[in-house]
Design a protein around this ligand. Structure first.
Ligand code: AMP
Length: 215
């Protein structure tokens, strides 16, 4: 088992990058945010537990996250390549992943830290719209759909995530700074951190990441 990790604040472009990389590489996209949103919609016990944390921009407890990650990884064989998007988000989760990979003989190849300044993050998140049926991501200013409110790909309805309201965004940025940013030093010490300037277009970010993957 091998893995790459997409690290970065809310709105840094992890999901957008993952959509492209999963088509151009053999990494399987594992987004804990997408898994939790699916669980919430399906009304499972994990979904019900996670919903109040997500709506307020808090992190879902580490034990819940580690359990869904272990379950997801166990579905694949030992040759699989994983691309973690939005996981790990705390030191505790990173240590849990290390323990799990030690047991399974897995290794982390790269941790891409997508660096974007705060102003740009705020602008990206407030303008973000998502397709309710396929999850495709749009932006009112930077990447509008052809027809307002409708997904170009499958005609699904576009909506604003409950946690993309301004108050919740500010909270998520604080949570990122306190709980997730310490992972930068954690992975730097392990020699795995790759800093990526993700303030440009999605295509520019993809090129920078693919250059590292193909090196
Ligand atoms: P995302 O789609 O990655 O922005 O995640 C949306 C929300 O899901 C976050 O604000 C958290 O409430 C929750 N979440 C997603 N991934 C994690 C994680 N690894 N640890 C804790 N909470 C998470």
């Amino acid at each position: 088992m091998e893995a790459i990790i997409l690290l970065g604040g809310p709105g840094a472009g992890k999901g957008t990058l993952a959509e492209v990389l999963k088509k151009q590489t053999d990494y399987l996209h594992v987004s804990t945010g997408d898994m939790l949103r699916a669980a919430t919609q399906a009304g499972t016990s994990v979904g019900t537990e996670a919903k109040s944390y997500m709506d307020s921009g808090q992190l879902v407890p580490d034990a819940v996250i580690l359990r869904i990650i272990e379950e997801r990884i166990s579905e694949e064989n030992s040759n699989s390549h994983f691309m973690f998007d939005g996981f790990p988000r705390t030191i505790e989760q990173a240590e849990g992943l290390d323990r799990f990979f030690k047991k399974q003989g897995g290794a982390i190849n790269h941790v891409f830290n997508l660096v974007v300044d705060r102003e740009a993050l705020l602008a990206r998140l407030t303008g973000r719209r998502v397709c309710r049926s396929c999850g495709a991501v749009y932006h009112m200013a930077n990447k509008p759909p052809k027809k307002s409110g409708i997904c170009d790909i499958d005609g699904g309805e576009l909506y604003q995530r409950a946690d993309d309201s301004e108050a919740t965004i500010l909270n998520r940025l604080e949570v990122y700074k306190k709980q997730t940013a310490p992972l930068i030093a954690f992975y730097q010490q392990k020699g795995l951190l790759r800093e990526i300037n993700a303030g440009g277009s999605p295509a520019e970010t993809q090129t920078l990441v693919l250059n590292v993957l193909n090196a």
